[in-house]
Design a protein around this ligand. Structure first.
Ligand code: GLA
Length: 395
């Protein structure tokens, strides 16, 4: 079997966009919460959001760290004669909804587009940026996902065939809403959604982004989830406290993902220091899905205060090893079998040195919560199809 060794990206280099001096106050750790899109899409209502807030508390997700309840597209109504945007009939009173969510000790997120229309064809913020930001602040909104969509038409109209100008327009549009939010005086997590265009990770922090989508949309299949997760290789140096790569919302509990597949998804996102925004139907939470979403040790890896995203240190066909350093000097190491066959691990070294660890370090198996004792580079794991091993290694 052909072995392909990947270029090692240093696991200890200084983050490119680390904020010097004071620590960031917003999104110092990857945001955690729930978003309406993956399950409800265009059907989401005020009642669904209230119920989601209730269930985040009663399921124990709030205690595990999930605190943003984010309304995605399709809440928007029409603008009145003064240009003030109103909600549609599914959301009769956004201020009352925000008050309700806040009363649960949670925060409320909302969605818009720099274009005239959102992806689902609802009213966007084009030429109403300050008005909309002020409106969100007056409602008590804590988080904005700003989705390029309708702005692409403006880019095509104003700069046909001029990629450089279009890219500049895109940055300006994101900066404009950033400034509008700042002017409201209300802190709001700022989430860019433009599918990773123009290497957004290189300029996201400059336009005030706390997170930016790196790819197109996820869906509840193992193939799409794994494709997006693996596509994050090489991006670790762009993540740091205050600004994160966003491989899209979690599909844990959606579709037909098996326990192994849900663990690959959750474990991979935790390794990636990804925002953890559940996207499932919380009224159908099973004990198995709740356990995956609320696993304290997995969440601790995701939320580690060092904020260093994992990098891929080894790949051989469908087997990949990813590693990240953690604030207490330990290392998280994950082995994934993205393939269709079992038992791929025979004879594959764990590449402990590349992970910043060494032979003899103590290994804790995170998903099974078992101490494995001292680990060696040639310690053997058997990984079933679509399965993973997630280890915390300490000296
Ligand atoms: C785009 C985004 C999704 C979702 C929908 C809503 O596709 O990438 O995450 O917000 O729009 O219309």
């Amino acid at each position: 079997m052909m072995r392909l060794r990947l270029l090692l990206v240093s696991l200890v280099s200084v983050p490119l966009f680390a904020q010097s001096g004071s620590a960031p106050t917003l999104a110092a750790k990857p945001p955690m919460g729930w978003n309406s899109w993956n399950w409800f899409a265009g059907k989401v209502t005020d009642k669904d959001i209230r119920q989601a807030a209730d269930l985040i508390v009663s399921s124990g997700m709030k205690d595990a760290g999930y605190n943003y309840v984010n309304i995605d597209d399709t809440w928007e109504g029409q603008r009145d004669a003064n240009g003030v945007l109103h909600t549609n009939e599914k959301f009769p009173d956004m201020k009352a909804l925000a008050d309700y969510v806040h009363s649960k000790g949670l925060k409320l997120g909302i969605y818009s587009s720099p274009g005239p229309k959102t992806c689902a064809g609802f009213e966007g913020s084009y030429q109403h940026e300050q008005q909309d930001a002020d409106l969100y602040a007056s409602w008590g909104i804590d988080y904005l996902k700003y989705d390029l969509c309708g702005f692409r038409k403006i880019m095509d109209q104003e700069a046909p065939n001029d990629k450089a100008k279009q890219n500049q327009m895109m940055r300006d549009a994101y900066e404009k809403m950033h400034q509008a939010i700042v002017k409201t005086g209300r802190p709001m997590v700022y989430s860019l959604c433009q599918y990773g265009w123009d290497s957004v990770w290189q300029w996201g922090p400059e336009v005030g982004a706390n997170l930016w989508r790196t790819t197109g949309d996820i869906n509840p299949t193992f193939e799409r989830m794994a494709f997006i997760g693996r596509a994050q290789a090489g991006l670790s140096k762009y993540a740091a406290p205050g600004h994160w790569n966003d491989p899209d919302m979690l599909e844990v509990g959606n579709g037909k993902l098996s326990l192994d597949e849900n663990r690959v998804h959750m474990g991979m996102w935790a390794m990636l220091a990804s925002p953890l925004l559940a996207g499932n139907n919380l009224s159908q939470l099973t004990p198995e899905v709740t356990a995956v979403l609320t696993n304290r040790e997995v969440i601790a890896i995701d939320q580690d205060p060092l904020g260093k995203q994992a990098e891929r240190i080894y790949v051989e066909g469908p087997i990949e090893i990813w590693a990240r350093p953690l604030a207490d000097g330990s290392r998280a190491l994950a082995i994934f079998n993205f393939g269709e066959d079992d038992n791929y691990m025979r004879g594959i070294s764990l590449h402990l040195k590349e992970a910043g660890a060494d032979n003899g370090w103590h290994a804790h198996d995170v998903w099974t919560d078992k101490d494995l004792g001292p680990i060696m580079d040639n310690t053997n794991f058997t990984l079933k199809r679509h399965a993973s091993v997630l280890l915390r290694l300490s000296r």
